[in-house]
Design a protein around this ligand. Sequence first.
Ligand code: ADP
Length: 320
Amino acid sequence: MKRIAVLTSGGDCSGMNAAIRAVVRSCLSNGIEVIGVQKGYLGLIRQHSERLTTKSVSGNLKAGGTFLQSARCLEMLEDSGRQLAVENLKKMGVEGLIVIGGDGSLRGARELQMRGIRVMTIPASIDNDIPFTDMSLGVDTALNNIIRAVDNLKDTASSHDRTFVVETMGRNCGYLALVAGIACGAEYALIPESSYDLNAICENLQRRFQEGRDNSIIMVAEGAGKAQDIAEQIKDRIGFETRIMVLGHYQRGGSPSSFDRLLAARFGVTAVEALLQGETGKMLGLSCGAIIQVDLEQVIHGGRRKIDETLFKLSATLGI
Ligand code: ADP
């Protein structure tokens, strides 16, 4: 193998730059040329790419986002677009492709593999809903971002007798809200995986208030409700001054945590090694501390990753 291409696709997250860096350094130390494709699959279709050197990745390990940029590319949903991407990769002399991205990006990689391209993929998505990996790239940094924001908010909540509803990302998966709720000592974590009773929550908030505990944090994953609606309902039902914080895209960015930097390094280097060993059509995953390889086909049909039951038990024991 003489030339490998790398791209980042779908929603950006912290650790993507560190993963690109690991791919580049690993390729170069194996005497392989690396091509960086810009803006995900769009760069493959439009032929926007550049040769990467150690200088290209110097100093950006600690930056969030992705210096290759990411984009949605509708052409990849059509057979003609997928075919064009394959032809362009062949024109570029690329013998292996590494895709760093979420669920949709993995599907795109599988389509290219079925058309004869050798691919390895790295799961990157802050929701932690990709199956067959304990953690996706970017999750840990996003959690640290949320924890920092909620810790700051708690200072204000306690100074003003306030209830805060904090909305995290997670349309279908409440991992971020639940784990941040545990890590921040929130009173509630409302997630799409379980139903909740706002009347019971309001009664409990009132009881807490009577006991002298006059401020509370309610985490809510976006798939379980809108912070604004929940705050209004609390105000209407029990008259509590309730404020909201919608964390939105703040969660994605920032310098990657040590966990994400190490994971990115392990994923990046393993992706290159796997291609060199003749592997293709695999997603890398983290399983009980080890880096594993899973067939993309299995990942794509594996549904969403479920939250570990022990986390539910833990939060229940802690009274969240
Ligand atoms: P993420 O990778 O974060 O889940 P998206 O779902 O938006 O983000 O997917 C990123 C890109 O992957 C899409 O813009 C598209 O180019 C490509 N993609 C998504 N689904 C498919 C598919 N079924 N076939 C081919 N390409 C796809």
